[in-house]
Design a protein around this ligand. Structure first.
Ligand SMILES: Nc1ncnc2c1ncn2[C@@H]1O[C@H](COP(=O)(O)OP(=O)(O)OP(=O)(O)O)[C@@H](O)[C@H]1O
Ligand SMILES: [Mg+2]
Length: 344
């Protein structure tokens, strides 16, 4: 801005005398006239080179009209524009607003009207610039957070891959069958957690997952991690239910334990059978029904008070982490029913 003057203004006006008259009024108001463009093309060129604080733009001009010139100027630089029009027209003003013109004056403009329009336009422009800056800042900070979140997921996943590799290494060294089995189970647990992270990391908002696609994928992955013959069939039916990160991990781990058990105990001697997982909405609760049609758990087995880790984990995850209930039936195989509320 000029030190003595309030600011510089570019005039675009094809009528020389009208231009001179407006120039006089502008100067009277204390602004400096950067130049008078006789047509739209010249107005665009002068706007780029002179970078005035404001432009007073006539609509009807040769070569390029005032609206087209305004559009070109707004595309390249941020300068507030007031259009000068010989007649009042809503359509015209709407079109001008779309382009980003901030105000308009009816010709010939009175000095007082001009004073008010310029002051309002400059103030509006300042507000808009500030808003634009805030928006840019917010966008940047959001981008940074998203990058950070992805980076964290990535690292967590990497760490789990390392843990999984370490367990595999030990698995190859250990001879004892029981120890081998325990290590294999632990490796699967880590793998399941790793998969949950992977799914989240790939999901759009990274905070929730649609179970309809996730659950079958999870089931398949766990199934594939067991080198068994294809005597057992997996069937997964999940309704379109969105689950948040917090509940996703316990569900994943529960399913992992139950599938592991079915594949280990339910079908001895390559017996044929099926594992079925159903996830559905029941009234206002979510019901996860897991079943296999294998040999079933022994009737006198007190599974809720077992010292073994698997079912103990399932119970803790269902009751404490999902804040739900869990029941088991052993009839034509094994069936677990877990009910919980979706946490929002
Ligand atoms: N689907 C099933 N069919 C038949 N028996 C089962 C089934 N699930 C569990 N069992 C029996 O219940 C026992 C306890 O299972 P649990 O998962 O708690 O321990 P685990 O599998 O022996 O060891 P881990 O702690 O590694 O899971 C198993 O040893 C098995 O005898
Ligand atoms: Mg188990």
């Amino acid at each position: 801005m000029n030190s003595q003057k309030k600011g510089t203004i570019l005039l675009a006006e094809d009528d020389y005398l009208v231009g001179k008259e407006i120039e006089r009024k502008v100067e009277q108001l204390g602004y400096q006239v950067a130049g008078i463009a006789p047509n739209g093309e010249k107005a665009v060129e002068m706007a780029y080179t002179l970078q005035p604080d404001l432009i007073l733009m006539d609509i009807k001009m040769p070569k390029l009209d005032g609206l087209a010139a305004s559009r070109l100027i707004q595309e390249k630089c941020q300068i507030p524009i007031i259009i000068l029009t010989a007649y009042e027209s809503i359509e015209l003003f709407e079109e001008a607003t779309d382009i980003g013109v901030l105000s308009y004056l009816v010709k010939p403009p009175k000095t007082d009207d001009m004073k008010r329009a310029i002051a309002i336009t400059l103030a509006r422009f300042k507000d808009l610039t500030e808003l634009r800056q805030v928006k840019l800042k917010l966008e940047k900070s959001l981008n940074d957070k998203e990058t950070l979140l992805k980076e964290i997921h990535h690292r967590v996943k990497n760490n789990m891959t390392i843990i999984s590799s370490l367990l595999k290494l030990q698995l190859n060294i250990v001879d004892d069958e029981k120890a081998k089995e325990a290590l294999q189970d632990s490796q699967n647990r880590v793998q399941t957690m790793s998969m949950i992270h992977e799914t989240l990391y790939r999901s759009e908002d990274m905070s929730s997952i649609d179970m309809q696609t996730y659950l079958p994928e999870l089931g398949r992955t766990i199934f594939q991690s067991y080198i068994v013959s294809d005597n057992v069939n997996l069937k997964v039916e999940a309704e379109n239910i969105i689950i948040g990160v917090k509940q996703l991990s316990p569900i994943g781990l529960i399913v992992n334990e139950l599938i592991t058990n079915s594949l280990k105990y339910a079908f001895p001697d390559n017996q044929k059978g099926e594992v079925k997982i159903i996830l559905q909405k029941r009234e206002d609760q979510i019901e996860l029904e897991y079943s296999d049609n294998g040999i079933g758990i022994q009737e006198d087995f007190d599974w809720k008070n077992t010292k073994s880790m698997g079912l103990n984990l399932v119970k803790i995850l269902a009751e404490n982490q999902l804040d739900g209930s869990i029941d088991m039936e052993s009839e034509n195989g094994t069936k677990f029913t877990i009910k919980f509320n979706i946490e929002t």
